[in-house]
Write a protein that binds this ligand. Structure first.
Ligand SMILES: [Zn+2]
Length: 315
């Protein structure tokens, strides 16, 4: 197995530094080429650590690699440095501008380099996301290739009615690359557990495409959601949570209080946030006493009544 790290230059910054990102290539024997990326949103910081751990495992001398793994651990270095979702230099969301524009905004130039150097020649692609600086999340998109999405092993899966335009996943899909988008972890909640779960899911995807020789672990019983609500506050203030990180992927009855927003100035209750569906699955939440901006990601809930149960795969 051969491991190389390539720096891809993007642009010279105003402070004289060079914006560049790395692509790791772990090249083993004949077999599929699997791409993995993380930190397309810079505040989703668990993915780079999961890829670092995977890289260390792939380098173990007794590990047989039947194919190639290519990784971009930090797809948006400027946003990662600033711990922000969007690129600070132009405020653009990298995951809405793929396949990019070599003559566009800085973020579009970055996307164009990623699309050119990475989103090509892949036989499978996994993109790691998380909840961001405050929220924590737990689900996997099921789009082009259900068995690959199931192999990651998360309890909740989501099939959106329309793909998000401008994402790496949409471009990969258009290029015929089977794609899995993971949303797992976030905030600074149980980082060790979420790093391990991300790593565990990636390993099982590699087994299921045959890059790792071991038999893949069969998918457990999973819930495939078709309808999701994103709750964003209408008022900023202190969010006092009523559901905890341990409640993720659980079902709560409609009307369950998820959190309350209070004014830190007048102490009045500004907003009470409740579960919208008669049977609501907790997909994303915040579990800290922290200020929240109006319009920020606060809760995501799946509708359990329109969801399908996918039975566990045979052993
Ligand atoms: Zn993201």
């Amino acid at each position: 197995m051969e491991h190389t790290v390539e720096w891809i230059p993007v642009a010279r910054m105003v402070d004289g530094s060079e914006l560049a990102f790395t692509i790791h290539t772990f090249r083993g024997g004949e077999g599929p080429v699997v791409g993995m990326s993380a930190a397309i949103h810079g505040d989703e910081t668990i993915g780079p650590e999961a890829l670092r751990r995977l890289g260390a495992l792939l380098e173990q001398p007794d590990r047989e690699l039947r194919g190639t793994v290519r990784m971009i651990p930090v797809a948006n270095p400027l946003a990662y440095e600033a711990n922000t979702r969007n690129t600070p230099a132009d405020h653009v969301n990298l995951n809405r501008v793929f396949p990019g524009d070599p003559d566009g905004w800085l973020t579009e130039q970055l996307a164009a380099k990623i699309a050119q150097h990475f989103l090509t020649g892949l036989d499978a692609y996994v993109d790691l996301h998380a909840g961001g600086a405050y929220p924590v999340v737990d689900y996997v998109y099921l789009t082009s290739t259900p068995p690959l999405s199931r192999a990651f092993g998360s309890r909740l899966l989501y099939r959106p009615k329309e793909p998000y335009p401008g994402t790496t996943a949409t471009v990969a899909d258009e290029r015929g690359i089977p794609t899995v988008t993971v949303e797992l972890g976030g905030g600074l909640y149980q980082e060790e557990e979420y790093a391990r779960r991300n790593l565990d899911g990636l390993l099982n995807v590699l087994r299921s495409v045959g890059v790792l020789a071991e038999q893949p672990r069969p998918a457990p019983e999973q819930i495939l959601m078709h309808d999701m609500a994103i709750l964003r506050p209408h008022h900023g203030g202190i969010l006092v949570p009523e559901v905890r990180v341990s409640d993720l992927a659980r079902e709560v009855p409609g009307g369950t209080v998820l959190g309350r927003i209070y004014s830190p100035y007048t102490f009045e209750l500004l907003e009470t946030i409740t579960a919208p569906f008669e049977r609501s699955l907790l997909v994303l939440l915040r579990d800290n006493l922290a200020p929240i901006q109006p319009g920020a990601y606060m809760y995501m809930l799946g509708d359990a009544s329109t969801a399908e149960i996918l039975p566990a795969e045979a052993q």
